[in-house]
Structure formats: structure tokens, C-alpha cells
Design a protein around this ligand. Sequence first.
Ligand code: PEP
Ligand code: MG
Length: 328
Amino acid sequence: RRAAFAALKAEPPVTQDGQRVTLMVNAGLRDDVAALDLTGADGIGLFRTEFQFLVSATLPARERQQRLYRDVLDAAGDRPVVFRTVDIGGDKALPYLEHDEEHLEENPAMGWRALRLALEREGLMKAQARALLEAGAGRTLNVMFPMVSEPWEFDEAQALFEAQRAWLASRGKKLPSEVRYGAMLEVPALAEVLDILLPKLDFLSIGTNDLTQFLFAADRAHPKLALRYDWLSVPILRFLRRVVEPARAAAVPVAVCGEMGGRPLEAMALLGLGIDRLSITPAAVGPIKAMIRTLDLSRLRAELPPMIDVPDGALRPRLEAWAADHGV
Ligand code: PEP
Ligand code: MG
């Protein structure tokens, strides 16, 4: 099977009925970019910039951040890279970043993390914005904000980047040819204000890891809960459908960048819901591409709705049976 997946490297992720899926990889370190050539992926759909912070003994200086981002863009060449601004804090606490000792967090995943922290630690976010804008000089820069909970947080983060862009321009620095801004949808509340959010976005990326834990109120790292709530369940798929439909109507590209997209049956369901961009762990590219290349997507899109409208807890076996019946 390994050899069969490797043989698919040069083949495009196109379904049986001719629909092209965008298959990207998740990355976080300089060396991860090699996965692009190894897998034949279309780009990096999620570059977790906090990895550099997590492996450093001290706060990475702006120049060091910039060097990493430039190396990643150079190695990716024409393939797009989506840089996620730091998702630190909470359980990814950094020893060198002073924390709020008075308020020890009982629920760090729902605590002061990601954009919540970055918007308050302006110095940190400004340095990262400058590092990204300078690294992206002369090319398209894709920036994505994690844990957006309300549209104003996206506005503030984008304004901070735009202020840095103006400052660099006033200094005569070379700038990205284009800066595209996206939000991660990981907090369910955001789905209730898509009418306000979508017009602001260049793209949306659904982080199903955090989204699932918040939707089911189930800690994503808790071993006793790991098998309890299935990604292939009616609430998850209905929720995703409610997000995908308005996004498609607004012509905002939607990707899924959580682990869900790296499992063939789950990825099949995501495609069936209308998602056509996945960013997954590099090891999953072969198996997911193999699934895509056997899939009649129009047929699945027509036949999926009634399957997810039966709330009987047997969605996974129904999808397994559909896949088996249709040669996927
Ligand atoms: C997610 O939450 O689904 C996601 C992609 O981000 P992370 O796993 O880094 O929290
Ligand atoms: Mg997340």
C-alpha cells in the first residue's frame, strides 16, 4: 500500500467525476516543508508558527522569525503557504512569556490563548506581523488568525497587520504583492455570525480539533473521551454544513485543517459537504488522495444529505457502507 501511495505522488487529487480537490499539508518546522516534495501536496494549508516559539528557550527575535518564514516560502516556491499567527498560551504556555499568575487557568484550552493573548501582547503580534510581511516581500502572503471568537477580533488583528504594512511602506521597504487574511473557525460562536464575518475574509479554515472539543464540551486530550464523540456524527456534520453553505454562497474558500481531514472516511464526508480544500498531516496525503481518486463526488453530494439527517448514531456504518458500495 505504501508503494501504491508513493506512486500517486505525481497524480492530481481529482475525483472520478473530474473535480479537483486542493490537498495541502500541515507544518510547523523548517524541515516540514520537505513534505511538499515528498507528497506532491498543493501547498501548506496550516503553518503553525508557534512551534518555533515552543522549541525556543527565549522569545524568538523578529529576525529569527523572519528567517524561518522566508526559508519556508523559498522552499515552497510557487506553492501557497498559510501562516497561522501564534497559537500560544493556555496549555502551550511558554516559560519565558510572563503569565497572569493571579488567574491560574482551570480550562487552559478555553483560556487566554491564541489571538486573545496576541491582541493584548501587542509587541509580540507586531513583531510577528513585521517578520511575516518582510519575509513575504514580492510574493503573496497568506495570514490566518487562530481562535477567532468574534468578528471584531479578526478586524483588530488585520488592522494590526495593516498598520505594520503601512509603516514598512513608509520606510520604503519591499512589501508582499498581496496579503490575504483568513480566520480559523474553531469556536462555535463564530458560526452564528458568519453573515458579519464572511465579507471580511479572503478565506476560512475550519480547525476541527478545537471545534469538536468545544462543540461537544469534551477535552480533546482526555483519553477517556477520545473515542466517545465521533467526527462522523450528525452534530458535527450538520454544524459543518451550516458553515460551508453560506461560505460557498459568499465565494469564500473554506478549508478544513484539523486531523479529521486526514482520515479517509471523514475526508470523504467533508468533500460530500462541499469542502474542496483539505490541509492534513503529510502521512495522510497518500491515503486521502487514493480515496479522492476513487470517489464519485457529485453522487456523494446528492446522497449525503439524507444520511446526515437520520440522528440515530449510525452515521459511520452508513458512510462505510456507501464507500464500500461505490468502490471508494
Ligand atoms: C484545530 O484546532 O483543528 C487546529 C488545526 O489547530 P491546532 O490543532 O493547532 O489547535
Ligand atoms: Mg486549534
